[in-house]
Ligand binder design. Structure first.
Ligand code: GMT
Length: 374
């Protein structure tokens, strides 16, 4: 099949999933056309069946703002016709599904649109009444819609009052990259001592990630167990988090690493991942962590309980419940046998339920169903 893919190409779980999906589809013999504003950050290698079509933004003085959505639409229509696409798979309803629908109207080639919902457009923009009907239109006019968790399906249906069939297709990880590696030298480079436990948090530091809860949880853990906290990522709450760390006197124990690419290496030197979000449709970092044998402590927000099995692959706490998170962390970090059991269970669960080829096959089945309708 010839498949177009549009996503946000910069760092973020949705871009990771879209790119890894494209790469795996290309490996299976499909022709993949990325239609994005820059090369997706995970598209690091050349592949004969992967093509990249850049959405160029016009900076004409008459436009107060460069119209990304329209530039994308016109590029989509052009690629649909030129490359004779069978499928255009867009990640995010807003604005990508809307652009795809308009592009389908403009193009001469009969193309089918698949929209994958990742969360933020529903849980944040869906609340805004100005966008609500547009998002609903994007979803209802797509030929097939998928969401990354059942929780997101339920939320979408409730918020947008839509009867559209939305299929859950969970996220996956590239197992060739996400596995536990022995990296004692990396620990040394970060000046982490052998007897120190390593906690890690990875996010874009948006308010919904509640990074301050992560720091407060760590503070309680650090009182009882010799430990370090790795904070990976950058975003709006970064500065206030640095201030919090200093005000708690934790500056020697918390390492701010900023944006990093080799997440699997950082996970490989970690004992526990903390994700204290108030909104999270899936929480791809949880799966990445489990795949590297790292148990997680996370909140019961959105789709998180569909990823983490409480008391098996990690622990689930109420949003904002710092002391429960700290107690569970101590339970794991103070008992080697418990940690080992959780680590194995986390790895096995990631490998069984979220195996990449199993998930990619679900997308392929969906595309094949649609191609038959053309
Ligand atoms: O979490 C973010 O702010 C980034 C966003 C994205 O576009 O990557 O993440 C969303 O999609 C991921 C991939 O499906 C999910 O793992 C995240 O849970 C989801 N974020 C939210 O729902 C807040």
């Amino acid at each position: 099949m010839k498949i177009g893919i549009t996503c946000y190409p910069t760092v973020g779980g949705s871009g990771v999933i879209a790119t890894e999906l494209g790469k795996m589809l290309a490996e299976l013999g499909h022709e993949i056309h990325f239609i994005t504003s820059s090369v997706p950050f995970r598209l690091t290698r050349i592949h004969p069946r992967i093509f990249y079509h850049e959405v160029e933004l016009s900076h004409y003085p008459v436009f107060q703002y460069p119209p990304y959505d329209l530039a994308l639409t016109s590029k989509m229509a052009e690629v649909i016709d030129q490359e004779k696409l069978d499928i255009l798979h867009v990640h995010y309803a807003m604005p990508h599904a809307i652009c795809a629908i308009l592009a389908r109207d403009i193009a001469k080639q009969d193309v089918k649109i698949v929209t994958t919902l990742h969360g933020t457009d529903i849980t944040v923009l869906g609340i805004d009444t100005t966008f609500k009907s547009m998002i609903k239109h994007g979803i209802e006019q797509s030929d097939r819609v998928t969401a990354v968790s059942q929780s997101l399906v339920n939320q979408t249906k409730t918020m947008l009052q839509t009867e559209k069939d939305i299929k859950v297709i969970y996220n996956f990880v590239n197992e060739h990259e996400y596995y536990r590696k022995e990296l004692p030298e990396l620990k040394q480079q970060y000046e982490i001592e052998d007897d120190e436990k390593v906690l890690i948090h990875i996010s874009n530091f948006r308010k919904v990630k509640r990074v301050h809860d992560v720091v407060h949880t760590f503070a309680e853990v650090n009182n009882k167990v010799k430990s370090k906290l790795l904070l990976v990522g950058d975003g709006p709450e970064y500065t206030s988090t640095v201030q919090l760390v200093y005000s708690l006197g934790l500056e020697e124990s918390v390492l701010f690493l900023g944006k990093q690419n080799n997440i699997s290496e950082l996970l490989s030197i970690s004992d526990l991942l903390l994700l204290m979000s108030e909104k999270e449709s899936f929480g791809l970092v949880l799966l990445e962590a489990n795949s590297c044998g790292v148990p997680c402590i996370a909140t019961n927000a959105g789709g998180i309980p569909e990823v983490i099995h409480h008391e098996r692959t990690g622990f689930i706490v109420e949003i904002g419940d710092i002391s429960a998170a700290a107690n569970f962390a101590l339970e794991l970090l103070q008992d080697e046998e418990t940690w080992n059991r959780f680590s194995v269970q986390a790895y096995n669960d990631a490998a069984e339920r979220f195996e990449s080829s199993k998930i990619v096959n679900q997308y392929i089945a969906l595309y094949e169903e649609l191609v038959k309708e053309i």
